[in-house]
Ligand binder design. Structure first.
Ligand code: DC
Length: 222
């Protein structure tokens, strides 16, 4: 199988870009953040806070998380038989996810599932630890980033379009806090792999990033 690993901080556009690149090249897109999000949702529903380490790990170990693809090829996350895609994109779930993703038992199960998918399909997989841990042997690794201000501006625009009142400075602070947590945790912190190609999308539009990545992947596949 030919696998592509894409890592980078929150809001760098990984999922938007990876989805488009996967479509262009006929790869299966795997959004690993949504798997962690499904686990965080289950913990929130159980009334837990992230500090309840023992209970969080216990609950997560008992969960069944899997992926399904709908008719348009869009990834759906299935949590204990329920499609939870509609519930995992909130700021509350995002913050809980980053907080529980520091626990080893939460990660182990999902890493196993991610490696299994990469053995079965040509995948473009995005996350935080794909190039450094999950798919260490991937022939193409991309580290996609953008400045925290640019990422906050993109998120602000997205929320305003949905009619959600928000403040750009608060969004940027949330992004910086989440980056810090993801980059400084003990297990599998977010880090550019030594053999990853750095792509800074601060001054690029979506099409430019997609074309750039398609070029990198096609070069490697030759
Ligand atoms: O990519 P995302 O915003 O959906 O990810 C949500 C959180 O999940 C992120 O803050 C860190 C965590 N995560 C992780 O620890 N490892 C991954 N491979 C993917 C996401």
């Amino acid at each position: 199988m030919f696998n592509v690993a894409i890592d980078g901080p929150a809001g760098a556009g990984k999922s938007t870009i990876a989805k488009l690149v996967a479509k262009k090249l006929g790869f299966t897109y795997v959004d690993t953040g949504s798997m962690y999000r499904a686990m965080a949702l289950a913990c929130l529903r159980a009334g837990l806070t992230a500090e309840d380490e023992e209970k969080v790990c216990y609950i997560c170990e008992g969960l069944d998380v899997s992926l399904r693809y709908d008719g348009n090829g869009a990834q759906q996350v299935i949590l204990n038989g329920e499609n939870v895609n509609a519930y995992i994109r909130t700021e509350e779930v995002g913050n809980m996810t980053s907080a529980i993703a520091v626990y080893g038992p939460v990660r182990e199960k999902l890493v196993e599932l991610q490696r299994k998918l990469a053995k079965e399909y040509d995948v473009i997989m995005d996350g935080r630890d794909i190039g450094t841990c999950v798919l260490q042997d991937a022939p193409v690794k991309i580290y996609l980033t953008a400045s925290s201000r640019t990422r906050a501006e993109r998120r602000y625009k997205e929320l305003m379009e949905k009619g959600v009142e928000c403040n750009i400075d608060d969004i940027e602070k949330d992004i910086i806090d989440r980056d810090y947590r993801d980059m400084h945790r003990e297990i599998s912190p977010l880090k550019q792999a030594d053999d990853a190609i750095l792509v800074d999308s601060s001054n690029m539009n979506i099409e430019q990033v997609v074309e750039h990545l398609v070029g990198i992947i096609n070069d490697k596949r030759k």
